[in-house]
Design a protein around this ligand. Structure first.
Ligand SMILES: NC(=O)c1ccc[n+]([C@@H]2O[C@H](COP(=O)([O-])OP(=O)(O)OC[C@H]3O[C@@H](n4cnc5c(N)ncnc54)[C@H](OP(=O)(O)O)[C@@H]3O)[C@@H](O)[C@H]2O)c1
Length: 282
């Protein structure tokens, strides 16, 4: 039986993992939220590892994810996404625990127009992206057995995300104005959770940095349009495009992630974003 600690387990990815834990027979999960285990608290982390000997894997879902607020509270963002990740990497290295850490497409500046590979040089353009990149770098310096998985535009049935926002607005609004200024890939957090569990189940040892998102690309407008189509509300709601939606944080104009490395290394089937969205909505 493998023992897996999930940090930040009440966030959307953590909750997707909780759903799957019921069907992951040979894994025993320790789900902890920010109150039970604050990853900024190094001593608490060490004690937790001592008390729960031996933890085979950590899935680090804990993160400061508010991209807008990170511009104003950059210190808090760095504390969780970088310094606390360093704590997690140190404790994993000490107790020979494999770390599965989630990072982001926002480590890139968006100046490319073809999918970003793991070899592309990151150049984040907002505080959130900068803090997540530093977290990655700490892991790479400290640890040997890690999977850093960059993903993009996560949505699910849990928490506050773009999918949930459009579903909610479709019940009240007759008109929606959505940006076309960014191109990326919506990713079903349930698919990412399945992929993480497969790595553990298969004892995969191909440690390193990977890009995981659903297949295909879209603007936020395309994403909203597809949600409305699936809900059968496309004709009821007027959808307007804008390329000038004001935000505090600058976002990469293009952040599609290449899946070449991940599909070449793992046997996982990755779904097209529209198909996965339909699966969730139905
Ligand atoms: N959401 C996206 O679109 C997206 C895109 C690309 C990458 N990612 C990455 O994917 C991962 C999962 O994201 P998500 O959407 O599941 O995020 P989320 O819903 O915001 O969940 C993050 C969780 O981390 C917890 N947390 C915050 N600070 C913590 C701390 N110091 N110690 C322990 N837990 C702490 C939060 O708990 P509290 O609420 O109690 O603070 C929250 O439950 C993150 O690494 C994120 O950077 C997300």
């Amino acid at each position: 039986m493998k023992k897996v600690l999930v940090t930040g387990a009440n966030g959307q990815l953590g909750r997707c993992l909780q759903v799957l834990s019921n069907i992951s027979g040979d894994i025993s999960f320790l789900f902890t939220d920010s109150n039970q285990l604050d990853i900024r608290d190094k001593e608490k982390l060490h004690n937790y590892f001592l008390e729960n000997d031996k933890i085979d894997y950590v899935i680090n879902c804990a993160a400061y994810t508010n991209v807008e607020n990170a511009e104003k509270e950059s210190k808090d963002s760095f504390l969780v996404n970088a310094e606390a990740v360093k704590n997690v990497a140190e404790v994993c290295q000490k107790y020979d625990t494999i770390l599965l850490h989630i990072s982001t497409d926002y480590v890139f500046d968006g100046n490319k127009n073809t999918p970003y590979t793991e070899e592309d040089i990151p150049n984040p353009i907002n505080e959130y992206g900068k803090s997540k990149l530093l977290g990655e770098q700490y892991i790479q310096e400290i640890q040997e057995k890690y999977f850093i998985i960059r993903t993009s535009w996560l949505y699910s049935q849990f928490g506050k995300n773009f999918y949930q926002t459009i579903v909610k607005k479709s019940k009240t609004d007759k008109k929606l104005t959505i940006t076309t200024a960014e191109i990326g890939t919506p990713t079903n957090a349930n698919d990412l959770a399945k992929f993480l569990i497969e790595i553990i189940k298969n004892d995969n040892k191909n440690y390193g940095l990977y890009h995981f998102s659903n297949l295909g690309s879209a603007t936020w407008f395309d994403f909203a349009e597809e949600i409305l189509k699936i809900l059968g509300k496309r004709n009821e709601i007027s959808l307007e495009k804008t390329d000038n939606y004001p935000t505090f944080a600058e976002r990469p104009k293009y952040s599609v992630l290449s899946k070449k490395k991940i599909t070449g290394t793992f046997n996982s089937v990755i779904l097209n974003w529209k198909i996965s969205l339909k699966e969730l909505a139905n």
